[in-house]
Design a protein around this ligand. Structure first.
Ligand code: CMP
Length: 215
């Protein structure tokens, strides 16, 4: 938990006290951690691996809202407002998560203003991100939305080597098109075009992007 930015301001003693109320658990890839609409019980921090947060339509289509990597946390909303989970959470790879029960989490917020402020900053960041997404869906054309989504994935999960960024492919093309808010056919068309221009190279397990050319 030392590596979780939310707890960055805490002393060693305080961290030890928090460690006492945490449990650490490994999960296999594609494990459903919780579903939208169920009551929230725990707060989660990613120790290793990654988790997707998504919402599902009546006919089973998914829209990914966010992906959380090591050091990031989720599951606070339903604990704070007492309402059901606002989205579902599933591991994207084998992952280890650190969990705190809802009551212990609320107790932490009451006792440590720095943690409360950290949560407020994180919620502000997510609201800004959501506003940006609404803006993009409203004002940008489909091709630009795909390119922005690729840049977002590169920033979030990419490993940089000079101008080339390698992104390990944990999302399939359906998920990437839903993230960008475009039809899969549009995504494939943009990808083919980027391949022809040698901006993007795809292998079964990864994307290689020339970020400077893409921008
Ligand atoms: P909770 O509603 O308890 O469970 C789902 C969690 O997903 C939620 O808390 C947040 O932590 C996270 N979440 C929900 N919506 C978004 C979003 N738009 N962006 C990032 N994270 C989100």
């Amino acid at each position: 938990i030392k590596k979780v930015p939310l707890f960055a301001q805490l002393s060693e003693l305080q961290l030890q006290a928090i460690a006492q109320i945490c449990s650490r658990k490994p999960f296999k890839s594609s494990t459903l951690l919780f579903s939208e609409k169920e009551l929230g019980s725990d707060f989660y921090m990613v120790s290793s691996g990654s988790v997707k947060i998504y919402t599902t339509s009546g006919n089973g289509e998914e829209k990914i809202l966010s992906i959380f990597k090591p050091g990031e946390s989720f599951g606070e909303l339903s604990l704070i407002d007492g309402k059901p989970r606002s989205a579902s959470a599933k591991t994207l790879e084998d992952s280890t998560l650190v969990m705190i029960s809802g009551t212990a989490f609320l107790e932490l917020l009451r006792n440590h203003f720095d943690i409360t402020l950290g949560i407020m900053q994180e919620l502000s960041h997510r609201l800004r991100d959501t506003n940006q997404h609404v803006h993009d869906l409203t004002f940008l054309d489909a091709r630009t939305r795909v390119i922005k989504s690729l840049i977002k994935l590169a920033n979030k999960q990419g490993v940089r080597n000079g101008n080339t960024i390698t992104i390990k492919l944990m999302l399939n093309f359906d998920e990437i098109s839903q993230m960008a808010g475009v039809q899969k056919a549009t995504l494939m068309q943009v990808i083919r075009d980027l391949e022809e221009k040698q901006i993007l190279a795809i292998s079964p397990s990864e994307f290689k992007l020339d970020l400077a050319k893409l921008r």
